[in-house]
Design a protein around this ligand. Structure first.
Ligand SMILES: [Zn+2]
Length: 459
């Protein structure tokens, strides 16, 4: 791989001290950051560099981690606006998802990963629970392999009380995890990894939750689950189990540092304490929570208790984008208005969640999430020479409140330039978009032909 030298950039390290270098350089050797410093680069590095990137008037930041999405929903965005979660699922997500093929998942993955790259994300957790074809998950992994992005595939499952098309037996869930681990764990120079993704407390049986969590611990994998997104869902588990969502996980022994709690909007004080005590990670999806009118997650309270928080877009069906630059601003603004406190979150807090918090969700805090020597070269250059962000007084503030995804100029993942001067370099982006139009039309046609009936759903 060619060595890369980035010079003259404002380096926003997002390290634990939130250090910003007004003008500095980064030297990338293979897939790692080999040197980083203030001022002009040493002449030896300049001589060694195969590729020279001038980052004048640009912020150089770590690639963000979009810590929760469902990319199969790419073809569903805009189909079911203005509905609460359970109605949104029934009227749009399930009917179309029933007709999904591996090819659909693959092309949706390509579009979704390109959108993530264009908005500054270099790593994505895809919670993939539509197994109409067991190879759908492979389609998503192939798309990650080809776009060059870092992927943690949370292999979703439900085995109880859910839509019949999406339920599986415990034997199938475990056999499929073994198959995916064999093929994909550590693939593409370690960029692609797999973990368990139980869908939601009201769709997962106690037995399978216990068993998959036990296996996750044994195999060194994370467990990624939606919790307490809406009040109605909390009531459902209260009725069936007499427990709130986090209490249920704790009761099963499935709450720990490798548990990722997506949403965590409707939490009791006791649950917040449980999350902090067990060191579980909260994945916050502010735009999706606003879009579906789910509520405001108690992020500032969780932060005060020392809980690690990551940020995410959620699926394109409930956002309706994958825009992590927008997510930064929404995270800060939602907590400010929710707490009626203008100091609820600072830009540095939000960048830390998007980068270091996401790296923790990925289970790789030592490899990604900040610009530091020895870490993976997942680097994003944001063009600040734009009317959207002029003038720049304080770079973290500019990145969170002013800059937009259109200003992301160059993206490097695992030492490879996947976007340069706003052009995707790894594939013909226009051809992918054309393919997506055709595939989407076919998917919607098949979904209609299946004449899906809502009567199939008991609850
Ligand atoms: Zn989700």
């Amino acid at each position: 791989m060619p060595n890369i030298l980035i010079e003259n950039g404002s380096i926003v390290t997002v390290n634990t001290g939130n250090e910003v270098i007004a003008s500095g350089y980064i030297f990338i050797e293979n897939d790692k950051i080999a040197a980083l410093g203030a001022g002009p680069p040493p002449s030896t590095l300049r001589r060694q560099a195969d590729t020279l990137i001038d980052a004048t008037l640009m912020a150089v930041m770590p690639g963000m981690v979009n810590a929760h999405t469902h990319l199969f929903q790419i073809f569903l965005r805009g189909l079911a606006d203005d509905k609460p979660l359970l109605e949104w699922l029934k009227s749009a997500i399930w009917p179309v998802a029933c007709a999904l093929t591996e090819e659909d998942a693959y092309v949706a993955g390509l579009v979704g990963f390109l959108e993530n790259i264009r908005s500054g994300a270099t790593a994505v957790v895809d919670h993939q629970y539509v197994h109409t074809d067991l190879r759908n998950s492979d389609g998503i992994c192939r798309a990650a392999q080809e776009t060059g992005i870092r992927l943690l595939l949370a292999r979703g499952w439900a085995d109880y009380n859910y839509h019949p098309t999406f339920m599986e037996s415990q034997a199938v869930i475990i056999a499929e995890m073994r198959r995916l681990l064999d093929i994909w764990q550590g693939a593409a120079n370690g960029r692609i990894r797999v973990e368990f993704g139980p869908l939601i407390p009201w769709g997962c049986s106690d037995q399978t939750m216990r068993e998959t969590y036990r296996l996750a611990q044994e195999w060194g994998l994370g467990t990624h689950i939606h919790v307490a997104e809406t009040q109605a869902e909390v009531d459902m588990v209260m009725q069936s189990h007499g427990l709130r969502h986090i209490e249920w996980l704790d009761h099963l022994g499935a709450l720990g540092p490798t548990t990722h709690l997506v949403h965590s909007v409707w939490l009791s004080e006791r649950e917040i304490d449980l999350i902090a005590a067990k060191k579980a990670i909260v994945v916050h999806c502010p735009v999706s929570n606003m879009y579906l009118a789910s509520g405001i997650a108690p992020i500032t309270k969780l932060k005060e208790k020392g809980v690690t928080i990551a940020l995410a877009s959620d699926g394109p069906g409930s956002n309706n984008s994958q825009n992590m630059m927008e997510t930064l601003k929404m995270t800060a603004c939602l907590q400010k208005v929710g707490n009626l406190d203008a100091m609820a979150l600072y830009p540095e807090d939000v960048l830390g969640m998007a980068c270091r918090g996401g790296a923790a969700t990925f289970g790789q805090p030592e490899l990604i999430g900040s610009l530091e020597v020895g870490k993976k070269a997942d680097v994003v250059l944001v063009d600040l020479d734009s009317p959207f962000s002029m003038p720049v007084h304080k770079i973290p503030s500019t990145l969170v409140y002013s800059a937009s995804a259109g200003q992301v100029d160059t993206v490097i993942i695992d030492g490879r330039v996947v976007m340069r001067n706003k052009q995707i370099t790894v594939m013909d982006e226009k051809a992918v978009l054309a393919q997506a139009r055709t595939v989407c039309a076919g998917l919607l046609e098949r979904a209609q032909a299946m004449k899906y009936s809502l009567d199939q759903v008991k609850w």
